[in-house]
Design a protein around this ligand. Sequence first.
Ligand code: PHE
Ligand code: FE
Length: 288
Amino acid sequence: MTMVPVTYGGSRRPPRGDYSVARQDYTCDQAWDSYTQPQHELYARLFARQLRLVQGRACDEFLRSLANLDMGARIPRFEHVSERLGHATGWQIVAVPGLIPEDAFFRLLSQRRFPVTVWLRTPEEFDYIVEPDLFHDLFGHVPLLFDPVFADYMQAYGEGGLKAQRRNALELLARLYWYTVEFGLIDTALGLRVYGAGILSSPGELERALTDPAPLRIGFDLRRVLRTRYEIDDFQQTYFVIDGFAQLFEQTAQDFAPIYQQLLPLPSFAPGRAEPADRVFGATASNC
Ligand code: PHE
Ligand code: FE
């Protein structure tokens, strides 16, 4: 059976990946030997730039785990990363051709398998990429899978996704992923730090997410997050701030079924607008 390519948000762009090589669960081989020397070098340049930018901006859990990615000399072999990850938290990374259907994505997460795109952006896309590539998936997402609490959260999210699908509540649950796993901020003793992969793998948003006075930074509240829409192709107008991964895990452990029932009929909130009950954080002073 041929796996169908996936596009997002009604996009007309032709899909980037080669879906003809995908298995039933949408995983494929990394085919590490097929990366060219210029691709390894491009990856190394992306890694070096981002490694500099995350200092003083990413949370400690992320910075500590970066060493597990071979420090970016070349594109890592997924098996090597998986071996270390397996020892740390029982997670594995698996290769996929690109974006995969929600169903397949949730199922992999529920099995503690994180899908990483095999293709790398072109040199022209050094600063900006419209869909997740190998660098975003690996650099942005994989380090936190070494943290035991975050690792459990990701698996729970996968199970929650399968359940939300059955309850027609995916639009609500997708906002939780967006505002935590992709664009989450965390309040630490040293000030706000970033843990969201969409920010951590982006050169422009890393500085801006913490220090720009324009975007709203709101204390994490589950119902508020589930009701807040998001922009996919611009810097975020709203970020949500957690106190720690334990808080995130605890607040999402409850059964979402009654929450979906309560929230589905209610209007959503626009990004970038404060509501009276919000706990608003100020921007941090530049720390680099
Ligand atoms: N507890 C959620 C539910 O019952 C599942 C979930 C856990 C969703 C963690 C997201 C994150 O649906
Ligand atoms: Fe991502």
